[in-house]
Design a protein around this ligand. Sequence first.
Ligand code: UTP
Length: 292
Amino acid sequence: MSDVIKKAIFPAAGLGTRFLPATKASPKEMLPIVDKPMIQYGIEEAISCHINEIIIITGKHKRSIEDHFDYAFELEDKLKKSGKKNLLEEINRLSKINIAYIRQGYALGLGHAISCAKPFVKEEPFAVILSDDIIDPEDTLLRDMVRLYKELRSPVLALERVPVSEIHRYGVIDGVRERDGVFRISNLVEKPSAEHAPSDLAIIGRYILTPEIFDILAKSRPGKGGEIQLTDAIRKLSKERPVYGFLFEGRRYDAGDKLGYLKATVDFALKNPSLAEQFRSYILEVSRKLKH
Ligand code: UTP
C-alpha cells in the first residue's frame, strides 16, 4: 500500500442540529468564520499537506458547497472589470481545486458517510477531515499525522485531552503511550459518560485511515444514537492491526457548537489584517463595559 496520502474525505452530510434554525436549509459547513466558509479552512489545510484529491460527502440542502467551489463566470467577469485583482485571484483559486462529490442519501452516521467514499478511495490510505473542527492554520496537526503514518504505516487518529465535563461529547480512547505524543490504541468508546470514559483522550476531527475500514463499515450495525459510528468500526480495526493516536496540543475550535464557533470567529478576526485593529478596539470596549 502507498505511504503517500493523496485523498481527503470531508463528510458534510450531517443535519447540523446544534445550529438550527440556521442549518435548516443551508449547510453548517458553509457558515462563515469571518469571510471564509468553515469547510474552506479544512480544504486549505489538506492542500497545504499536498493532499490534493478532495472528496466531499454531501446530502440534502448542501448544493451551496458545490457552488462555492465552482467557476463563477459572472462574478469573475465583474471583478476583472472593476480591477479587484486580489479578490479575483482568491475566487478563481477556489474553482481550481480538484473536488469529487458523493451524495449520502440519508444521514445514517459518520461511519456510513465515510463508507460512501469507497469507490473513490479504492486501495489507498486516506485522510478524513471534519470541517467543523477548525485547526489554527499555524498548527501542523495534519502534516504531523501524515508524517507519522509514513513512519508507522498504520491508521492515526488525532487526540486531544478534554475536561471530564466534556468527555460525553466525544469518542474516547484507551491505550498505551508509545512515546511522546503517540499512543497505541487498545479500545475506543463513543460518547461515554464521565464515569465510564477509559481516559481523557478524545478523538478530534482528523483521521488517517486505511482501506480495510470499508469492509468493516460495510458490516457495521447502527450504534450509539442509531447511527453507523466510525468509532465502532475503528475499534474493530484496532483488533486486526495497530491503530495509533497522535496527541494534539495546539489550538482547535469546535465550530459545530455555537460557543466554539464564536471563539473561532473572534480569534480569526483578531488575526485578520484588514480587521484586527478595529476589532481589537471593539473587543476592549465590550470587555470594559462587562467589567462595570
Ligand atoms: P456531527 O456529529 O457534528 O453531526 O457530525 P452534525 O449533523 O454535523 O451536527 P449536529 O451534531 O446535529 O449539530 C460529524 C461530521 O460527520 C458528518 C457531519 O456533516 C460532520 O462533518 N456526518 C454526520 C455526515 O456526513 N453524515 C452523517 O450521517 C452524519
